[in-house]
Unconditional design. Sequence first.
Lengths: 114, 112
Amino acid sequence: GENVEQHPSTLSVQEGDSAVIKCTYSDSASNYFPWYKQELGKRPQLIIDIRSNVGEKKDQRIAVTLNKTAKHFSLHITETQPEDSAVYFCAASNPGGGADGLTFGKGTHLIIQP
Amino acid sequence: DAGVIQSPRHEVTEMGQEVTLRCKPISGHDYLFWYRQTMMRGLELLIYFNNNVPIDDSGMPEDRFSAKMPNASFSTLKIQPSEPRDSAVYFCASSFSTWGYTFGSGTRLTVV
Protein backbone atom coordinates (compact mmCIF):
# COMPACT_ATOMS: atom_id res chain seq x y z
CA GLY A 1 0.00 0.00 0.00
CA GLU A 2 0.85 3.68 -0.11
CA ASN A 3 3.24 5.20 2.44
CA VAL A 4 3.47 8.97 2.92
CA GLU A 5 6.36 10.54 4.80
CA GLN A 6 6.09 14.15 5.97
CA HIS A 7 8.67 16.52 7.45
CA PRO A 8 9.42 18.40 9.49
CA SER A 9 7.20 17.30 12.35
CA THR A 10 7.44 20.78 13.88
CA LEU A 11 8.19 24.06 12.11
CA SER A 12 8.54 27.43 13.80
CA VAL A 13 8.75 30.57 11.67
CA GLN A 14 8.56 34.30 12.28
CA GLU A 15 5.35 36.04 11.30
CA GLY A 16 5.69 37.29 7.74
CA ASP A 17 8.26 34.67 6.74
CA SER A 18 7.58 31.69 4.47
CA ALA A 19 7.00 28.10 5.56
CA VAL A 20 7.66 24.97 3.51
CA ILE A 21 6.43 21.47 4.36
CA LYS A 22 7.59 18.48 2.34
CA CYS A 23 6.11 15.04 1.69
CA THR A 24 7.20 11.94 -0.19
CA TYR A 25 5.05 9.05 -1.31
CA SER A 26 5.84 5.49 -2.33
CA ASP A 27 3.16 4.42 -4.82
CA SER A 28 3.87 5.76 -8.29
CA ALA A 29 0.20 5.17 -9.19
CA SER A 30 -0.95 7.88 -6.76
CA ASN A 31 -2.29 10.85 -8.63
CA TYR A 32 -4.15 13.02 -6.14
CA PHE A 33 -2.38 15.03 -3.41
CA PRO A 34 -4.43 17.19 -1.03
CA TRP A 35 -3.31 19.19 1.98
CA TYR A 36 -5.37 19.57 5.13
CA LYS A 37 -5.16 22.04 8.00
CA GLN A 38 -6.27 20.99 11.46
CA GLU A 39 -6.61 23.45 14.32
CA LEU A 40 -6.57 22.18 17.88
CA GLY A 41 -9.70 20.21 18.66
CA LYS A 42 -11.16 20.77 15.20
CA ARG A 43 -11.68 18.70 12.07
CA PRO A 44 -9.12 18.53 9.25
CA GLN A 45 -10.06 20.97 6.49
CA LEU A 46 -8.95 20.86 2.88
CA ILE A 47 -6.86 23.90 1.98
CA ILE A 48 -5.47 23.00 -1.43
CA ASP A 49 -5.03 19.97 -3.64
CA ILE A 50 -3.15 19.01 -6.80
CA ARG A 51 -3.56 16.28 -9.39
CA SER A 52 -0.72 14.56 -11.14
CA ASN A 53 -1.28 16.30 -14.47
CA VAL A 54 -0.28 19.61 -12.88
CA GLY A 55 3.13 20.57 -11.48
CA GLU A 56 2.11 23.55 -9.40
CA LYS A 57 -1.03 25.18 -8.06
CA LYS A 58 -1.45 28.43 -6.18
CA ASP A 59 -4.24 29.95 -4.11
CA GLN A 60 -3.38 33.36 -2.65
CA ARG A 61 -0.63 32.77 -0.05
CA ILE A 62 -0.65 29.00 -0.43
CA ALA A 63 1.00 26.97 -3.17
CA VAL A 64 1.67 23.30 -3.75
CA THR A 65 4.30 21.80 -6.04
CA LEU A 66 4.51 18.23 -7.28
CA ASN A 67 7.46 16.29 -8.67
CA LYS A 68 6.10 12.96 -9.93
CA THR A 69 9.50 11.67 -10.99
CA ALA A 70 10.91 12.10 -7.51
CA LYS A 71 7.58 11.27 -5.86
CA HIS A 72 7.50 14.28 -3.64
CA PHE A 73 5.24 17.28 -3.14
CA SER A 74 5.47 20.39 -1.01
CA LEU A 75 3.27 23.03 0.60
CA HIS A 76 4.46 26.62 0.56
CA ILE A 77 2.88 29.32 2.71
CA THR A 78 4.09 32.88 2.15
CA GLU A 79 3.67 35.94 4.39
CA THR A 80 2.69 33.74 7.33
CA GLN A 81 0.13 35.06 9.81
CA PRO A 82 -0.79 33.97 13.36
CA GLU A 83 -3.93 32.23 12.07
CA ASP A 84 -1.72 29.92 10.00
CA SER A 85 -0.65 28.17 13.24
CA ALA A 86 -2.07 24.65 13.06
CA VAL A 87 -1.16 21.07 12.16
CA TYR A 88 -0.87 20.47 8.42
CA PHE A 89 -1.30 17.04 6.82
CA CYS A 90 -0.35 15.93 3.35
CA ALA A 91 -2.05 12.95 1.75
CA ALA A 92 -2.02 10.83 -1.39
CA SER A 93 -4.44 8.54 -3.18
CA ASN A 94 -5.24 6.92 -6.51
CA PRO A 95 -8.94 7.68 -7.03
CA GLY A 96 -10.62 5.12 -9.23
CA GLY A 97 -7.47 3.02 -9.31
CA GLY A 98 -8.19 0.82 -6.32
CA ALA A 99 -6.85 3.21 -3.70
CA ASP A 100 -9.64 5.70 -3.24
CA GLY A 101 -8.88 6.27 0.42
CA LEU A 102 -6.34 8.93 1.32
CA THR A 103 -3.12 7.92 3.05
CA PHE A 104 -2.01 10.74 5.33
CA GLY A 105 1.39 11.86 6.50
CA LYS A 106 1.99 12.19 10.25
CA GLY A 107 1.49 15.94 10.22
CA THR A 108 3.56 19.12 10.70
CA HIS A 109 2.88 21.40 13.64
CA LEU A 110 3.39 24.91 12.25
CA ILE A 111 4.04 27.60 14.84
CA ILE A 112 4.00 31.25 13.80
CA GLN A 113 6.09 33.36 16.15
CA PRO A 114 4.89 36.99 16.56
CA ASP B 1 -25.75 22.04 3.76
CA ALA B 2 -24.91 21.24 7.39
CA GLY B 3 -21.81 19.30 6.38
CA VAL B 4 -20.89 15.85 7.64
CA ILE B 5 -22.64 15.23 10.94
CA GLN B 6 -21.23 12.87 13.54
CA SER B 7 -22.67 11.79 16.87
CA PRO B 8 -21.94 11.68 19.67
CA ARG B 9 -19.21 14.33 19.97
CA HIS B 10 -17.80 12.67 23.07
CA GLU B 11 -18.21 9.15 24.39
CA VAL B 12 -16.82 7.73 27.59
CA THR B 13 -17.42 4.04 28.15
CA GLU B 14 -16.12 1.20 30.23
CA MET B 15 -13.94 -1.53 28.82
CA GLY B 16 -16.02 -4.35 27.42
CA GLN B 17 -19.00 -2.21 26.50
CA GLU B 18 -20.34 -1.82 22.98
CA VAL B 19 -19.84 1.57 21.34
CA THR B 20 -21.68 2.84 18.26
CA LEU B 21 -20.55 5.92 16.37
CA ARG B 22 -22.82 7.54 13.82
CA CYS B 23 -22.32 9.57 10.68
CA LYS B 24 -24.54 11.42 8.24
CA PRO B 25 -22.64 12.33 5.04
CA ILE B 26 -23.26 15.33 2.84
CA SER B 27 -26.23 14.78 0.56
CA GLY B 28 -25.13 13.74 -2.92
CA HIS B 29 -21.73 12.46 -1.87
CA ASP B 30 -21.09 8.91 -3.04
CA TYR B 31 -18.07 8.05 -0.89
CA LEU B 32 -17.92 7.73 2.88
CA PHE B 33 -14.74 7.14 4.88
CA TRP B 34 -14.06 6.30 8.53
CA TYR B 35 -10.73 7.42 10.00
CA ARG B 36 -9.18 7.11 13.44
CA GLN B 37 -6.76 9.72 14.78
CA THR B 38 -4.26 9.20 17.59
CA MET B 39 -1.06 11.00 18.52
CA MET B 40 1.01 7.90 17.89
CA ARG B 41 -0.48 6.69 14.61
CA GLY B 42 -1.91 9.85 13.10
CA LEU B 43 -4.90 9.59 10.75
CA GLU B 44 -5.60 5.98 9.81
CA LEU B 45 -8.17 4.88 7.24
CA LEU B 46 -10.38 2.18 8.73
CA ILE B 47 -12.94 1.50 5.99
CA TYR B 48 -14.67 3.24 3.13
CA PHE B 49 -17.90 2.86 1.19
CA ASN B 50 -18.88 3.73 -2.36
CA ASN B 51 -22.61 4.03 -3.00
CA ASN B 52 -23.26 2.35 0.36
CA VAL B 53 -21.10 -0.68 -0.49
CA PRO B 54 -17.97 -1.39 1.58
CA ILE B 55 -14.95 -1.26 -0.74
CA ASP B 56 -11.91 -1.64 1.49
CA ASP B 57 -11.96 -2.62 5.15
CA SER B 58 -8.30 -3.61 5.37
CA GLY B 59 -7.70 -0.85 7.90
CA MET B 60 -10.17 -2.19 10.43
CA PRO B 61 -7.90 -3.22 13.30
CA GLU B 62 -9.74 -6.29 14.56
CA ASP B 63 -12.95 -8.24 14.35
CA ARG B 64 -14.19 -6.13 17.24
CA PHE B 65 -14.72 -3.33 14.72
CA SER B 66 -17.57 -3.34 12.23
CA ALA B 67 -19.14 -0.70 9.98
CA LYS B 68 -22.37 -0.48 8.06
CA MET B 69 -23.99 1.89 5.64
CA PRO B 70 -27.65 0.87 5.29
CA ASN B 71 -28.49 3.87 3.06
CA ALA B 72 -26.91 6.89 1.44
CA SER B 73 -27.51 9.15 4.43
CA PHE B 74 -26.32 7.08 7.37
CA SER B 75 -23.36 5.01 8.51
CA THR B 76 -22.30 3.44 11.79
CA LEU B 77 -19.00 2.25 13.21
CA LYS B 78 -19.36 -0.24 16.03
CA ILE B 79 -16.78 -1.50 18.50
CA GLN B 80 -17.72 -4.56 20.52
CA PRO B 81 -16.21 -5.13 23.02
CA SER B 82 -14.34 -1.87 23.48
CA GLU B 83 -10.82 -1.72 24.95
CA PRO B 84 -8.74 1.18 26.37
CA ARG B 85 -6.46 1.12 23.27
CA ASP B 86 -9.49 2.03 21.15
CA SER B 87 -9.44 5.49 22.72
CA ALA B 88 -9.03 7.99 19.88
CA VAL B 89 -10.88 10.56 17.80
CA TYR B 90 -12.94 8.89 15.09
CA PHE B 91 -13.67 10.95 12.01
CA CYS B 92 -16.17 10.31 9.28
CA ALA B 93 -15.61 12.01 5.92
CA SER B 94 -17.57 12.10 2.69
CA SER B 95 -16.76 13.12 -0.85
CA PHE B 96 -18.05 13.16 -4.39
CA SER B 97 -15.98 10.72 -6.46
CA THR B 98 -13.13 10.75 -3.89
CA TRP B 99 -11.93 14.28 -4.63
CA GLY B 100 -11.71 16.64 -1.69
CA TYR B 101 -13.04 15.01 1.45
CA THR B 102 -15.18 16.91 3.93
CA PHE B 103 -14.62 15.70 7.46
CA GLY B 104 -17.14 15.64 10.27
CA SER B 105 -16.36 17.12 13.67
CA GLY B 106 -15.30 13.74 15.01
CA THR B 107 -16.21 11.61 18.01
CA ARG B 108 -13.74 11.59 20.88
CA LEU B 109 -13.91 8.10 22.37
CA THR B 110 -12.47 7.33 25.77
CA VAL B 111 -12.54 3.75 27.02
CA VAL B 112 -11.75 3.40 30.71
